[in-house]
Ligand binder design. Structure first.
Ligand code: MGD
Ligand code: MGD
Ligand code: SF4
Ligand code: MO
Length: 854
């Protein structure tokens, strides 16, 4: 397949001045650069270049996937020839290679994609004040010079500030852009959990650990488990890199696997001995049903509950173990038994909501209660729902009941992103770059990412309990995220973008943020910058270097920040007090590695005076494990492991051994099954009332809402639940534009044969999926792998509206409602829809023209 700009570039290609890229592949056409453009290269020329000697450079794979695999790029005379992954050492289970996934291996197709943004551009009908704002998203683009682009951005910042104040400038993330705009008086920022759901704020009050911690054991310990449960967890797709490999070692060692999921996913099909279906957004009822069986069937002859652990290490399970000052009636056990609310949370009660058969709930509860030790690994998806405060509370309550915490082979926590299947402190970690952040003078004015579009449209936002404040956003600056596509209710987001006076985006390609902007600034990728330091699983540190020169007119974000700053009379040195080179040197010089005896850290690299002058940085010589040059050459440092080495990590083992002398950093010093602080955080956030134990509260668009009349079981107008998940073709909104990946991993709507049949839909048909928030059209894949009444679609595709307002890319947030709740949780996973056959055809998206502008 050919994937390049479909116009030939008129430059005469002089080979020596070729820039930087070509893909020597079996296809007869390839790309090359001339100066800084991409162009076609003949096979003969390609073969010539291929003969020349080049150099393997460690290339970044920097996306928000949680993996950090080793990527290498072969460069000849400034041209990128091919890619490979980790072959720095022999592969073994103890010292595995860090091999890349399909996205990583296709990275050059993004960096050198035909759809890279080449020049600064402005929207034809934009004028100060907005011009024709309705045309955003469909206007023509006009190429402009960097001079003009930077002038526009600076003038708009000044105009907005003068007319409306800094409170009218909304900057979404934008690490580098935060610097000049903070020095210019500040900006409205964005907050909220897009990713970790209710866990984001619950980790600390319930378990006393940071929001990113996972409370699971080290990968070597997986072999000690008798049972591993993948609960709403699909590492085969969502944690590429080593997590699946780690689980496979346990599988080979004979550990039993169970998957609990609405979808018989790829991980289940490889690993699971048993599959337990559950409807989306109903994990709490299942956990409560399990707790009910364990409480009512526990006996001395067949103990199901680890009372010792519960009584010593937790508060709130029963009336006898309440935290100080709490109402004894508000304990978990009595809630499960229905003592005060009259609703025992029986398997029958749970099954009606979850769709999990009654007898399966019972047998699963018995298995969890009797299999010691067991490791239960949750994804984040189950708590990425509106009002999901009860999910972490229920997970922890049942985990503590089983006693699978703080013991070898026993864990009950989240396994997702970087520490997936491999908990514990980093064995090798970078030092501080020493680039000081600049404080945003307006840091108290923040919009929740589940309320921001509404706030822009209505002029009101929630600042806390009974605290609704006015806001008047006139300018949106996007950099380093993809909010229009990735936060709830994209159609509302589009309206918000059409309301403000100015939208600007720093981007590589015309993603939705850029497409709905007035000015787009093309930026370099990590392959075109000096380098970067990447951390991934606890065993590795990657030092990636520049692979090619910047393509076309792309510039680093920091350059843009300084240029905008200059126009605002801000000293560039204040914006960039340290060069990127110096920052990276500091991170490497300060990198440390855990000592072999497992206590404390020592410096990773040896640095000589000669190294410092060669790098042309400030620094002092030091002694470490490997020379800095060797590290740069290798691009990766990986800590060698051995089974039963000193680095094996068992989460909370010391606490379990002696909770009085090793208290957790929670209010009670114990695990809080009754958590006053979490209830307070939820209430104070301002959207709904918090409560301290795991009480099931259905989300606005949960399973219950698929009924017009729940009691009479009459279905409503949106009878299906949409489960939207992380898929192989893309990391959120990134890389889904690469045709190779589109072709390899089609993103169809997945539907159960029963639901397809009742709607007259056949496998491969095009369907329209819709609700009150919007509609998408897509092909369907009909399979029993997804539960009845549930449809599934991968998230992250770039919103692409047709004339009738249908999103033909299947961007999921076109369908997700914005219901802010609890501890600032997004409402992605609780979403109800209807699906119908769509008469028009839809070409597979790898055949679509790429978004090539100019
Ligand atoms: N390929 C790829 N990998 C990624 C990412 C990506 O975009 N692409 N993103 C990364 C990021 S930032 C994150 S946060 C993680 C996310 O990783 P996770 O939060 O684990 O999310 P998903 O992979 O979407 O869902 C995991 C499984 O949960 C199931 N599921 C969905 N809803 C429910 C539910 O309500 N209950 C239960 N029990 N199961 C449910 C899905 O069917 C799926 O099999 O992935 C990371 N990895
Ligand atoms: N419906 C639904 N929505 C979801 C999810 C879901 O499961 N369902 N998952 C959620 C999750 S878990 C997450 S983490 C979020 C992710 O939400 P986002 O972080 O907004 O999503 P990404 O697509 O990863 O966006 C990263 C952006 O940064 C840009 N970028 C990368 N490097 C640079 C750089 O150096 N400079 C600049 N200026 N830009 C750069 C990339 O091009 C890309 O556009 O999405 C959430 N949205
Ligand atoms: S898992 Fe992530 S870091 Fe690893 S190769 Fe894939 S995209 Fe890159
Ligand atoms: Mo995430």
């Amino acid at each position: 397949m050919i994937n390049f700009i479909e116009r030939t570039i008129n430059h005469k290609l002089s080979r020596r001045s070729f820039l930087k890229w070509s893909a020597i592949s079996s296809t007869s056409v390839m790309l090359a650069g001339y100066e800084n453009v991409l162009a076609e290269m003949s096979v003969e020329e390609a073969q010539e270049i291929k003969k020349e000697e080049g150099k393997w450079v460690t290339a970044a794979c920097w996306h928000n996937c949680g993996g950090r695999c080793l990527n290498k790029a072969y460069v000849v005379d400034g041209m990128l020839i091919r890619q490979k992954t980790d072959d720095t050492h022999e592969d073994s289970t103890e010292f595995p290679q860090q091999r890349a996934c399909a996205r990583g291996r296709a990275q050059r197709k993004q960096v050198l994609g035909a759809d890279r943004l080449k020049y600064p551009m402005k929207r034809k009908h934009w004028a100060p004040g907005g011009g024709n704002k309705e045309l955003r998203g469909k206007d023509e683009w006009v190429r402009i010079s960097w001079e003009e682009a930077i002038d526009i951005v600076a003038d708009e910042l000044k105009r907005t500030k003068e007319n409306y104040g800094n409170e009218s400038i909304y900057l979404l993330r934008g690490a580098e852009m935060q610097r000049p705009i903070s020095l210019f008086g500040g900006y409205v920022s964005n907050y909220g959990s897009r990713s970790r759901g209710a866990w984001e704020q619950a980790m600390k009050p319930i378990l006393g650990v940071s929001r990113k911690s996972h409370i699971i054991n080290d990968r070597m310990d997986l072999l000690n488990a008798k049972l591993i449960v993948l609960w709403g967890n699909n590492p085969a797709w969502s944690s590429a890199g080593l997590p699946m490999y780690n689980l496979l070692q346990a599988k080979k060692a004979g550990v039993k696997f169970i998957s609990v999921d609405p979808f018989y996913n790829a991980s289940a099909s490889v690993l699971a001995d048993e599959f337990i279906p559950i409807r989306p957004a109903t994990d709490t009822p299942l956990l409560l049903g399990i707790a009910y069986v364990m409480i009512t069937e526990d006996s001395p002859e067949r103990p199901l509950i680890d009372w010792q652990f519960l009584n010593r290490c937790t508060v709130g399970f029963d009336a006898e173990h309440m935290p100080q000052g709490a109402d004894p009636k508000e304990n978990f056990k009595d809630y499960v038994l229905g003592t005060y609310d009259g609703t025992p949370k029986t398997p029958e009660w749970a099954s009606e909501i979850t769709g999990t058969p009654i007898e399966v709930i019972r047998s699963f509860a018995l298995e969890l209660g009797t299999t010691k030790p067991a490791t239960v690994l949750f994804g984040w998806n189950s708590a990425r729902i509106e009002k999901a405060q009860h999910v972490p509370l229920a997970q922890v309550a049942v985990g503590a009941m089983t006693g699978n915490m703080g013991i070898p082979g026993g864990a009950f926590g989240v396994s997702c992103q970087e520490p997936a299947t491999n908990g514990g402190p980093a064995l090798v970690r970078p030092g501080d770059s020493q680039l000081q952040a600049i404080k945003n003078p307006l840091s108290s004015v923040k919009l929740c990412s589940n309320e921001h579009w509404n706030a822009i449209l209505t002029g009101k936002y929630t600042a806390g309990k009974d605290d609704i404040k006015d806001i008047d956003i006139r300018m949106i600056y996007h950099s380093g995220h993809s909010s229009l596509n990735q936060t709830n209710n994209t159609n509302k987001g589009i309206k918000a973008h059409k309301k403000v006076e100015f939208v600007v985006t720093n981007q590589f390609s015309l993603n939705p943020n850029a497409a709905y902007s007035d000015v787009v600034l093309p930026i370099t990728t990590q392959w075109e910058r000096y380098g970067t330091v990447l951390t991934g699983n606890r065993e590795i540190l990657i030092w990636a270097s520049q692979v090619i020169e910047p393509l076309f007119e792309a510039k680093d974000d920091m350059w843009i920040a300084k240029e905008v700053g200059k126009r605002l009379s801000i000293d560039s040195v204040e914006i960039e007090p340290l060069s990127l080179k110096q920052q990276i040197f500091n991170e490497i010089a300060g990198a440390s590695v855990m000592k072999e005896n497992g206590t404390g850290y020592e410096p990773l690299v040896t640095i000589t005076e000669g190294d410092i002058s060669e790098f042309d940085v400030e620094g002092t010589p030091q002694l470490g494990r490997i020379s800095i040059m060797e590290f740069k050459e290798q691009g990766i440092y990986q800590v060698p492991r051995k089974q039963n080495d000193k680095f094996v990590f068992i989460s909370n083992d010391k606490f379990r051994e002696d909770p009085e002398n090793n208290p957790l950093d929670t209010e009670s010093g114990k695990i809080e099954i009754h958590c006053r602080q979490l209830a307070e955080i939820v209430t104070n956030a301002g959207w709904n009332e918090g409560y301290p134990i795991a009480k099931y509260v259905p989300p606005t668009e949960g399973y219950e809402a698929t009924y017009a009349d729940w009691n009479k079981k009459i279905k409503g107008k949106y009878p299906l639940q949409l489960c939207n998940i992380h898929i192989q073709r893309q990391t959120h909104s990134v890389m889904g534009d690469v045709p190779w990946l589109r072709e390899t991993f089609p993103n169809d709507i997945i539907i159960n044969p029963k639901d397809a049949k009742s709607r007259g839909i056949k496998d491969g048909d095009v369907v329209r999926m819709f609700n009150d928030h919007g509609s998408v059209i897509r092909r369907v894949y009909v399979t029993e792998r997804v539960m009845p009444e549930v449809v599934l679609l991968g998230q992250g595709s770039w919103v692409d509206l047709d004339e009738e307002g249908n999103c033909r890319a299947g961007s999921v947030n076109i369908l997700s409602g914005d219901y802010p709740s609890g501890p600032n949780i997004e409402s992605f996973q609780a979403c109800i829809v209807e699906v119908e056959k769509y008469e028009k055809q839809l070409e597979p998206d790898h055949n679509w023209p790429q978004r090539i502008v100019l």
